[in-house]
Write a protein that binds this ligand. Structure first.
Ligand SMILES: *[C@@H]1O[C@H](CO)[C@@H](O)[C@H](O)[C@H]1NC(C)=O
Ligand SMILES: *[C@@H]1O[C@H](CO)[C@@H](O)[C@H](O)[C@H]1NC(C)=O
Ligand SMILES: *[C@@H]1O[C@H](CO)[C@@H](O)[C@H](O)[C@H]1NC(C)=O
Ligand SMILES: [Fe+2]
Length: 226
């Protein structure tokens, strides 16, 4: 399963390479997942133009490039060309990471989203952050502060059994904490908000809470605990 990260002591960000190489070994073909809602369904918080470009152009490009790179990687494997294998790994990590990140992101959003998390997820948030508001404040601050392109994540740390926030700048994938299972990601590449919010990233991050699919985050927490 693409989305189950069995990482150990490395930063989740760096660990994207492991499932990507696993994907290659399994010779999986990758395709762009359909959204379960219309491009305009998240308005006014994220407009249709952004959603359409983000999904049908940006995400699709990661998938295409992943397919192409994977084919080259298969050739290099078949030839026993280790140099070529090594040189393809950054492209695998980048495009495979982009595919995984966005596939999670779309399910983290919903036109019926917003509100507050319920049940076990709410209890875990209160335990680990003090309150839902405190989680939002902390994750917003960390996400807004990402230098350049990157992501803010709420993840589950299997070792401690706790929720953790981590922010990963694209340029610095090695920075972060220990292996986390991604539950909720906020994409703060400019392609995710610029057409609507221009350079005002904090307004985008503030608005996105209105469309977070907490049921999906809960499902991911349940799956991560198994
Ligand atoms: C991935 O590559 C395969 C084969 O190259 C292709 O059939 C498929 O359409 C590609 N997927 C996307 C989303 O481009
Ligand atoms: C995917 O997310 C990881 C973790 O935040 C990040 O390090 C990586 O740069 C992201 N990749 C893309 C292409 O968005
Ligand atoms: C939520 O995420 C899970 C993966 O844990 C996925 O299988 C499911 O379809 C998602 N649900 C919704 C409502 O998006
Ligand atoms: Fe993106």
């Amino acid at each position: 399963n693409l989305f189950v990260y069995q990482t150990v002591s490395t930063c989740w960000c760096a660990a994207t390479v492991t499932p990507v190489l696993g994907m290659v070994a399994a010779r999986w073909k990758h395709s762009l997942p359909d959204l379960t809602y219309d491009y305009g369904a998240l308005e006014p918080h994220i407009n249709a133009e952004i959603m359409q470009l983000h999904h049908s152009k940006h995400h699709a490009t990661y998938v295409n490039n992943l397919n192409v790179t994977e084919e080259k990687y298969q050739e290099a494997l078949a030839k026993g060309d280790v140099t070529a294998q090594v040189s393809l790994q950054p492209a695998l990590r980048f495009n495979g990471g982009g595919h995984i990140n966005h596939t999670i992101f779309w399910t983290n959003l919903s036109p019926n989203g917003g509100g507050e998390p319920q049940g076990e997820l709410a209890a875990a948030i209160n335990r680990d952050f003090g309150s839902f508001q405190a989680l939002k404040d902390k994750m917003s601050a960390a996400t807004v502060a990402v230098q350049g392109s990157g992501w803010g994540w709420l993840g589950f740390d299997k070792e401690s059994g706790k929720l953790r926030i981590t922010a990963c700048p694209n340029q610095d994938p090695l920075q972060g904490t220990t292996g986390l299972v991604p539950l909720l990601g906020i994409d703060v590449w400019e392609h995710a908000y610029y057409l609507q919010y221009k350079n005002v990233r904090p307004d985008y991050v503030k608005a996105i809470w209105n469309v977070i699919n907490w049921e999906n985050v809960s499902e991911r927490l349940q799956a991560a605990k198994k």
